[in-house]
Design a protein around this ligand. Structure first.
Ligand SMILES: [Fe+2]
Length: 291
C-alpha cells in the first residue's frame, strides 16, 4: 500500500452487495447523499470495465461541469505564468475545452494519436504495481469522479481535474509519454517492494511535483502542482533542492497539505536525463534502495 492510498475514499461492496464509497467526516461530500450515490455509480462502472474497452460515459451534473469550468479556466491562466514550456506546448496539442467536463474516453481519443497512450477508469485506489505496470503498456488508469462542487478549488483526492489537466497534458507529449512508459517497465522488472517504493518517491517528486529551471526562473513540471490552483500559488515558498534520487528517497511527503520540500531540475533536458538514468539503472540490489 502506498502513501497516496490515504487520499482515496475507499470503494467497497456493502452489505446489500452494492458498490459504495466511504467518505471521511472531513470530506466535502460527507453529508451529500446524491453526490455519494453518484460516486458509487461511477465506481461501479469502473469496476465493470474491461481493459481495451473505452472508459464508460459518466452523466456529469451541471454543477460538476461548472466546477470544471471554474477550475480549468483558473488553471490555464496560472499555467501561462508558471508552467514549463513542454507543458504549455502539450496543452496546446491536447486543447481541452473549458466549458464542459470531458468524458475520459474523449480525452483518451485525443491523447492516443499523439503518443499512443490510452486512459482507462480506476474505481479508486489502484494497487501500486498494477498502476505503474499498466504504464508499460501505455495505459493510464484514471479516476472519473470530480471533486465536490462546494469546494471547487480543493480536492482531498485525485479527481478528473488532476488526471486530465495534469497527466492528460503530460501524456500528450512524446517526451513525457516515453518517461511514463519507462517508469512502467522499470516497476515491472523490479521484484522488491523497497525498490518499487523508491521509484514511487522519485515519481512523486518529479512527475507529480517536479520543478525545472527555465530562462533563469523556476517553472513547474509536475502534474499535481499543475492541477492545483492553490499549490501553484504556494510552490515558490517551499524549500527547493536540486534533483537527487537519494534525497527524494529520504524525503517524507505529505499528501494532505502543500509540499514543504520540492526538487528542481536544471532544464527539461536534465529532467528527462535524470529520470531515464535513474529508471534504467535502478535494480533490487541498488545502494539507493538499501539507503
Ligand atoms: Fe497523479
Amino acid at each position: 500500500m502506498f502513501k497516496e492510498a490515504t487520499l482515496y475514499s475507499p470503494v467497497i461492496n456493502n452489505e446489500h452487495g452494492r458498490v459504495s464509497v466511504i467518505f471521511a467526516k472531513d470530506h466535502p461530500g460527507y453529508q451529500d447523499r446524491p453526490y455519494q450515490e453518484h460516486r458509487a455509480r461511477i465506481a461501479d462502472l469502473a469496476l465493470q470495465h474491461r481493459v481495451g474497452e473505452p472508459a464508460p460515459d459518466i452523466p456529469y451534473t451541471e454543477a460538476e461541469h461548472e466546477t470544471w469550468h471554474t477550475v480549468s479556466t483558473e488553471l490555464s491562466a496560472k499555467h501561462r505564468v508558471h508552467a514549463c514550456r513542454e507543458f504549455v506546448e502539450a496543452s496546446e496539442l491536447l486543447d481541452l475545452r473549458h466549458d464542459r467536463l470531458p468524458q475520459l474516453s474523449d480525452v483518451s481519443a485525443r491523447v492516443h494519436p499523439l503518443t499512443g497512450f490510452t486512459f482507462g477508469p480506476a474505481a479508486g485506489l489502484v494497487a501500486q504495481r498494477d498502476f505503474y505496470g499498466s504504464l508499460a503498456d501505455r495505459r493510464f488508469q484514471a479516476t472519473q469522479y470530480i471533486r465536490h462542487p462546494s469546494f471547487p478549488r480543493f480536492s482531498p483526492e485525485p479527481d478528473m481535474i488532476h488526471e486530465v489537466v495534469g497527466h492528460g497534458t503530460h501524456l500528450s507529449s512524446n517526451r513525457w509519454a516515453t518517461l511514463y512508459e519507462l517508469l512502467g517497465k522499470t516497476v515491472r522488472r523490479l521484484e522488491s517492494d523497497e525498490a518499487v517504493s523508491l521509484v514511487s518517491r522519485v515519481f512523486w517528486f518529479t512527475i507529480e511535483y517536479g520543478l525545472v529551471r527555465e530562462d533563469g526562473r523556476t517553472k513547474v513540471c509536475g502534474a499535481s502542482l499543475l492541477s492545483s490552483c492553490g499549490e501553484m500559488e504556494y510552490f515558490l515558498g517551499a524549500d527547493i533542492f536540486p534533483f537527487d534520487a537519494a534525497a527524494m528517497g529520504r524525503q517524507g511527503y505529505l499528501v494532505e497539505k502543500y509540499q514543504p520540500v520540492l526538487f528542481r531540475a536544471e532544464s527539461f533536458n536534465h529532467f528527462e536525463d535524470f529520470l531515464s538514468e535513474f529508471l534504467t539503472s535502478i535494480d533490487d540490489d541498488s545502494e539507493l534502495v538499501a539507503a
